[in-house]
Design a protein. Structure first.
Lengths: 122, 482
């Protein structure tokens, strides 16, 4: 199924082959990937909102470990920026990175939810 | 079996990694924290350990020395994430084989694992292996020997499986001989001959006065294995009661001699062997599942003799040389026809049967320089004859059953029966002539026919014991014994 999300596609995702990304993901871990991604994103949002630097570092670290599956290099860059801000206890400097990561990751997870995480599900 | 331990509290990543590394010969265990990892490292020897730096109960790197000290000396791969110092530096400082970034691609994770395995295989193949009389070059056997050598260097419990006579005890001795415990005792307990009533005292020992007749303290068999290796042969024969006792011994490494109030601690490496399927026994409830999992940290599945091709001849030559040497006889060779039979025979009793056959042949012909089929034990000669009948007669009985009217339209039963009987008689006769080498006495001995019946058959088909009529011989000429 082709999603009607082209208009809102973040620029970081342009040209990304999501089929390839899904093919890399072992089938039985598809749902876990989506759940883990959504949970970690929610944890990061919560930690940022409450200004809890150690929790921000934890959430950024966790999020980064699943970005390797997604061929979007910027995700790791944003996660690193957020982590470093948490380490310095200067969370406000990571506001932009957090916003972009939220948008890109949120969009990817939503897209994969619709597409399905089984290979060739589209 | 390649054993991998993934130490990471990130459930998704650990499961992802386990999936990426999975394969038929790969067993992966995941530990979510340092405490859990410590427990796993204490009871299992791993080939590769993936270690995350950030763990909920401490710095994963603190586990590195302990991992490297495992008897199996696993390859350590450090997993770094955000905020960790430079991975390469971490890897070098902690004696790791490699490091991976958790933000890396799945292909990168797999590549690191493959390289570590390759490195490990090269390392292992360069280590000398004490074969202890295990002979053979077949790839299946070579793989089991490699697994044996790997298991030997660890402290893992080893389970040796294989048909009867495949050399399980030989492999058990080889495990001991290649282990760091080689200078200590190697103690064998034949579980099939254990008598329930005597087990307590014999295995665990007793204190003076523990029972009537216990006039002094006596150490049990198990105590002799302290520091060394305990081999439980035919473990499938242990009663459920004894399985329980051994399970406790394995779990606590302690036991209490009869009449003693104190526990005795034992340090031993356990090797078990079975020719029965323990998984089937577990399913049937005749073997404890918990004990089964305890004893199978490393599993060696020995191939039967019939499945290792030309190695049969290597093994035969090795044992023939040994038998002659032990008997003070000059070395002997195997005739080409005997070699052919050795390669064709199914060897249901495996190496043990082969050794018995060779011993019997050497005993019956101590002065011969060459062993020929005529020296085979009677039941094997019959077997050889049957094989030959199948070949020289063009068809054997089973073929007749499968193709009842292959020669054309089916006629009357009596005519068909007569034709088939004559064909089988002729095939047998040709085989017999070849086997007995013109010796009437041997021909009568092998066939069990009376002289008159044998001569009647020879006459009927125009055969003599000395030679076949070339125009009626339908078999393939065979190389004769030298």
């Amino acid at each position: 199924m082709e999603m009607n999300m082209k208009e809102s596609m973040p620029e970081e995702c342009r040209g990304v082959d999501f089929n390839q990304a899904v093919d890399r993901l072992p089938g039985h871990l598809g749902e876990l990937f989506l759940t883990a991604g959504e949970q970690r994103l929610a944890d990061l949002d919560k930690a940022m909102a409450s200004g809890n630097a150690p929790a921000v570092m934890d959430a950024a670290h966790s999020l980064a470990s699943i970005t390797g599956l997604l061929p979007i290099r910027e995700l790791e860059v944003y996660a690193r920026e957020i982590y470093a801000a948490g380490e310095r206890n200067e969370l406000t400097t990571a506001k932009n990175a957090h916003e972009r990561l939220d948008i890109v990751m949120g969009w990817v997870l939503a897209r994969l939810r619709i597409r399905g995480t089984a290979p060739n599900a589209s | 079996m390649i054993r991998i331990c993934i130490i990471d509290d990130d459930e998704f990543f650990a499961r992802l990694l386990a999936s990426l590394l999975s394969g038929p010969e790969v067993e992966t265990t995941i530990a979510g924290d340092m405490a859990q990892a410590s427990g796993l490292l204490a009871e299992t020897d791993f080939d590769v350990v993936f270690l995350d730096v950030r763990l909920p109960d401490g710095n994963g790197l603190d586990l590195a020395p302990r991992i490297k000290e495992q008897p199996s000396a696993p390859e350590l791969i450090i997993m770094t994430g955000l905020g960790d110092p430079d991975g390469a530096e971490l890897a070098i400082r902690s004696g790791a084989w490699d490091y991976i970034q958790k933000t890396g691609t799945p292909e990168g994770l797999q590549l690191s694992f493959k390289r570590a395995l390759e490195f490990r295989r090269n390392k292992e193949s360069s280590l000398p292996v004490e074969r202890r009389g295990i002979v053979g070059q077949n790839p299946r056997l070579a793989e089991v020997i490699r697994q044996m050598a790997t298991a030997a260097r660890s402290s893992a419990n080893v389970l040796i499986l294989g048909e009867t006579g495949t050399g399980k005890e030989g492999f058990a001795r080889a495990v001991h001989a290649n282990s760091p415990r080689r200078s200590k005792n190697y103690v064998v307990v034949d579980c099939a001959s254990l008598q329930e009533a005597l087990v307590g005292s014999d295995l665990f020992g007793h204190r003076k006065g523990a029972f009537t007749g216990a006039i002094s303290d006596k150490a049990g068999v198990l105590q002799r294995a302290d520091g060394g290796t305990l081999f439980l042969d035919e473990i499938s024969e242990l009663s459920l009661e004894l399985q329980k006792s051994f399970l406790r011994l394995l779990e606590t490494r302690t036991f209490r001699p009869l009449g003693d109030t104190r526990e005795v601690r034992l340090d031993f490496r356990l090797i078990c062997a079975s020719n029965r399927s323990l998984t089937d026994m577990v399913a049937a409830g005749t073997f404890r599942e918990d004990l089964y999992y305890r004893i199978r940290a490393a599993v060696l599945q020995l191939p039967p003799l019939r499945e290792i091709g030309d190695d049969v001849l290597l093994i035969a030559a090795h044992h023939l040389e040994r038998i002659c040497r032990d008997s003070g006889l000059r070395p002997k060779a195997l005739s080409s026809e005997l070699k052919t039979f050795f390669l064709e025979y199914g060897w249901p009793g495996n190496v043990r049967e082969l050794i018995h056959v060779l011993e019997a042949m050497v005993a019956s012909a101590p002065d011969h320089e060459m062993l020929v089929p005529a020296l085979l034990p009677q039941e094997l000669r019959i077997q050889m004859l049957r094989t030959r009948v199948g070949r020289t007669g063009g068809q054997d009985v089973s073929c007749v059953q499968e193709q009842p009217h292959s020669a054309g339209p089916l006629g009357s039963w009596s005519k068909y029966k007569k034709q088939e009987q004559e064909r089988v008689e002729l095939a047998y006769l040709d085989g017999l002539i070849q086997e007995c080498g013109g010796d009437l006495k041997r021909a009568l001995g092998i066939s069990g026919l009376s002289p008159s019946r044998l001569y009647g058959l020879l006459s009927k088909y125009g055969r003599t014991l000395g030679a076949r009529s070339s125009n009626r011989y339908r078999g393939t000429p065979r190389e004769e014994d030298a």
